[in-house]
Design a protein around this ligand. Structure first.
Ligand SMILES: Cc1ncc(COP(=O)(O)O)c(C=O)c1O
Length: 343
């Protein structure tokens, strides 16, 4: 089975499991897990922030960040397809009392030009704009990315208006690689940033939220409130450290495989895709010109050995990752071609 549904389907390798099994641990709620502390410090250093905080999931990392940044009744500027808005069960409204102002980003990517007019004036009738939330790479945008310049312009606008910037960097290493820059440069334009280890980096769980020491001090309390205080969790942090040591450089392979898949799909009759838009490990394509909608396409293709995720009425998503080889991509293309010939 060639599983292209998501980069979250990767399974820990034997070597990663070994690192987990031998991790030094302690009670992390008491701040005594040496492996967690090592990961937090290392991520803070890599991202150029004062402190880091280990989180069980990307969703909790985002929601703790929002809770730390805003008060009930505040407004958050966000792209309308951002994970935080689209896929997190309205958590920002429920947990933090935030209101979203959703903007139509270009494949999910916002600009200072777009954000500027959305910032609320001082007016007792309107909610104050307190946070700009960005996503890099952008999942529903098809793995699209921010450049450092774009982020710098947004950051300048935010500073001028006294607004904080949060970056959902679940796939920030992919974003930096594609933008030919460092995660530190990208993170330098934000007040808080989180990176996930359970996606292309191949760990079973874990995200790290980074920001100023003061921000993280407050965030620890909210993590506890939401039930994210874990105990001997160095076992998971060890997997994340292993991923940092072994799985960051190889993301390049995933990007090349995604490009290869996109180019191959572009040559298959009935499929619409512009391979130019594929810059990281996410591939979105359209099947409106086939006899099937996206749900039917995915359902009927699965028994042939390729798993995809429907991403809209006629849009499907394929994601490359470390459990998929270049030969798997070629085979998947062959299977899809044969499948469509019979459709
Ligand atoms: C961009 C982005 N942010 C956040 C998340 C949430 O991560 P988790 O599934 O660990 O909660 C995801 C998950 O796919 C994601 O794609």
């Amino acid at each position: 089975m060639i599983d292209l549904r998501s980069d979250t389907v990767t399974k820990p390798t034997e070597a990663m499991r070994q690192a987990m099994a031998t991790a030094e641990v302690g009670d992390d709620v008491l701040g005594e897990d040496p492996t967690v502390n090592r990961l937090q410090d290392r991520m803070a250093f890599i991202l150029g922030k004062e402190a880091g905080l280990f989180m069980p999931s990307g969703t909790m990392a985002n929601q703790v960040a929002i809770k730390t940044h805003i008060q009930p009744g505040d407004e958050i500027i966000i792209d309308k397809n951002a994970h935080i808005f689209y896929y997190e069960c309205a958590a920002a409204a429920v947990i933090s009392g935030g209101q979203f102002n959703c903007l139509p980003g270009d494949k999910g990517i916002l600009s200072a030009e777009l954000i500027g007019p959305a910032i609320r004036p001082l007016d007792i009738h309107q909610p104050p704009t307190r946070l700009i939330s960005l996503e890099n790479s952008h999942n529903r945008g098809g793995g699209s990315i921010y450049t450092g310049e774009n982020l710098a312009e947004i950051a300048q606008l935010a500073v001028e208006h006294g607004i904080k910037v949060h970056l959902d960097g679940a796939r920030l290493f992919n974003g930096a690689l594609a933008a030919q820059t460092t995660v530190k440069e990208l993170a330098s334009h934000t007040d808080s940033v989180c990176v996930a280890f359970s996606k292309g980096l191949g760990a079973p769980a874990g995200s790290v939220l980074c920001g100023s020491a003061e921000f993280i001090e407050k965030a620890i309390r909210f993590r506890k409130m939401l039930g994210g205080g874990m105990r001997q969790v160095g076992i998971l942090a060890a997997a994340c450290i292993y991923a940092l040591d072994n799985n960051v450089q190889r993301l390049e392979v995933d990007h090349q495989n995604a490009k290869r898949l996109a180019r191959g799909l572009a040559g298959i009759k009935g499929i619409k895709i512009d391979p130019q838009h594929v810059v990281t490990n996410i591939v979105l394509f359209d099947v409106a010109s086939t006899p099937m909608d996206a749900d039917t396409f995915a359902e009927r293709l699965a028994p042939a050995g390729v798993l995809l995720i429907p991403f809209g009425p006629t849009t499907l998503r394929a994601v490359t990752h470390l459990d998929v080889t270049t030969a798997d991509i070629d085979l998947a293309l062959e299977i899809i071609q044969q499948f469509l010939k019979k459709a």
